[in-house]
Design a protein around this ligand. Structure first.
Ligand code: NAD
Length: 483
């Protein structure tokens, strides 16, 4: 993107409205450090208007009362319009957050379309009512699934398009309406989403978008017109949102941070394992919540694995994220780059050995780049092994036997992802059964639209994706019928 993309309105109630204030949010290129776009900063009055529009669409114009088939037709039309704009959305995300374009084309271009179609199809085959024989008294109970209502969807900057759609697609399919608040770092790509919704003729108010930071997020979370909150972001913000929703007795889904382990077993193929870790541990320059960044290797082959992982990281192509061959782009913002560099300094101060990287990459003098960094000789008690870094930073730890490896993997405040690397898939599944986590991969890690994703412990509450991700937007009602 060479010219600045300036947006002057907000998508509320199915139309483009002037914001109630003239303050704006700048979107900064992580490559050039220049402002590439500007959007209106929503005020609390704009949030009130968006929630009001979503309430009207839920009740007044009856999105919830459409048949599942009618909603599915709308969602497929929305998917068609979004598909026609996939390349635009992917390049917009790459320009906003530095995601390597080859990844953005799939994750931010194609995947949101796939999710809309998946939930459109699912809602058509999910019965709304079920009749059960009641007990102890003879009779029948009708168990109904009803949409929860207005959803506040709050998204982070790392995968802004697809993580918004993790919420929007099941919520709309269930009959809920949505107010989306994207992250300020990535405010531009949601305009492509709004344009697709408008072109698809999605009924007014079913999807509304407000730009802003944490304060606008707080106003939305606590809004009396909101019935459910769906949040992806940091554990710190998740705790605050969870507290507010607890106070309000408001359903909430929290997809939070992680510090997942890769367990390399003694029968693993070293070459395939290290090649697989390039994705399982460093996808999107490490700015992915489920990365296996604590790599646990057998003590007997520690040195050779540390060498191979170091070599893999040193060989990754760093550079312009718009280049198809780039594996490692910049971090999304200056603030985040500084946070990652501070974590690297902490690791160094704790006495761990840096075998490659350790700062900004040589030869790149602008942009928020951090060189892929590997820490060896790390104790599992060190901050670099315990806290989420959210960047291209790996720690390599040694273990003596499988029980110790599993104990180390589980000795974490988090429980989101994780992987095992082994020649024996069944042995891998056995290890997976013993790990305290919400998701786990054997010899790779990939999300499945049809299966639940989420965390345990400080990684969150609730699940997205799959039928469980749809159920998260439905209330259950039991209607008792006398015999
Ligand atoms: P963040 O928590 O700072 O912000 C996330 C979003 O929440 C943004 O839109 C932000 O404006 C908003 N926000 C922040 N504080 C808020 C508050 N108190 N009330 C309401 N809204 C608030 O996180 P981030 O830095 O944008 O994203 C990185 C974090 O997200 C990492 O910790 C990462 O692990 C996590 N993440 C988790 C998943 C998952 O599925 N579990 C996926 C991606 C990212």
């Amino acid at each position: 993107m060479t010219t600045e993309s300036v947006r002057t309105s907000l998508f509320i109630g199915g139309s483009w409205r002037a914001p109630t204030s003239d303050s704006t949010l700048a979107v900064v290129s992580p490559v050039t450090e220049q402002t590439i776009g500007r959007v209106p900063a929503a005020t609390t009055a704009d949030v009130d208007a968006a929630v009001h529009a979503a309430r009207l669409a839920f009740r007044g114009s009856g999105w919830r009362d459409l048949t599942p088939g009618e909603r599915a037709t709308h969602l497929h039309r929305f998917a068609d319009e979004l598909e026609a704009r996939s390349e635009d959305r992917a390049t917009t995300v790459t320009s906003e957050n530095g995601m390597p374009i080859a990844l953005a084309r799939f994750a931010e271009g194609a995947a949101p379309v796939q999710l809309l179609r998946y939930y459109a199809d699912l809602i058509e085959i999910t019965p709304v009512e079920e009749r059960r024989v009641s007990r102890p008294l003879p009779g029948t109970t009708v168990v109904r699934k009803e949409p929860i209502g207005v959803v506040a969807a709050i998204a982070p900057w790392n995968f802004p398009a697809v993580l918004s759609m993790f919420k929007i697609a099941p919520a709309l399919a269930a009959g809920c309406t949505v107010v989306l608040k994207p992250s300020p770092e990535t405010s531009l790509d949601s305009y492509v989403l709004a344009e697709a919704a408008e072109a698809a003729g999605l009924p007014a108010g079913v999807l509304n978008i407000v730009n802003g930071g944490a304060d606008i997020g707080r106003h939305l979370v606590a809004h009396p017109g909101v019935d459910k909150v769906a949040f992806t972001g940091s554990t710190a913000a998740g705790r605050e949102i969870g507290r507010i929703c607890g106070e309000l007795i408001r359903p909430v889904t929290l997809e939070l941070g992680g510090k997942s382990a890769a367990l390399v077993l003694d029968d693993a193929d070293p070459e395939q394992t290290v090649a697989g870790l390039a994705t399982a541990s460093l996808l999107n320059t490490g700015q992915t919540c489920y990365m296996s960044t604590r790599i646990l290797v057998p003590a007997g082959s520690y040195d050779s694995y540390l060498d191979a992982i170091t070599g893999m990281c040193a060989d990754l192509t760093i550079g312009d994220p718009m280049d198809e061959n780039t594996a490692i782009g910049p971090l999304a913002s200056a603030r985040h780059r500084d946070r990652v560099l501070a974590m690297i300094e902490r690791g160094r101060a704790e006495g761990a050995t840096i075998t490659t990287g350790g700062g900004t990459p040589a030869g790149i003098d602008r942009g928020f780049f951090v060189a892929p960094t590997v820490f060896g000789d790390v104790a599992n008690t060190a901050a670099i092994a315990r806290e989420e870094v959210f960047g291209p930073v790996l720690t390599v730890l040694r273990y003596r036997d499988l029980d110790e490896a599993i104990a180390l993997a589980n000795d974490s405040a988090y429980g989101l992802g994780g992987t095992v690397w082994t020649a024996d898939t069944e042995r891998g599944i056995d290890v997976a059964r013993r790990i305290e986590t919400g998701s786990f991969g054997v010899n790779y890690f990939n999300l499945d639209w049809g299966s639940p994703f989420g965390g345990v412990k400080a990684s969150g509450i609730g699940r997205e994706l799959g039928p469980e991700g749809l159920a998260a937007y439905q209330h259950l009602k039991s209607i008792f019928l006398a015999a």
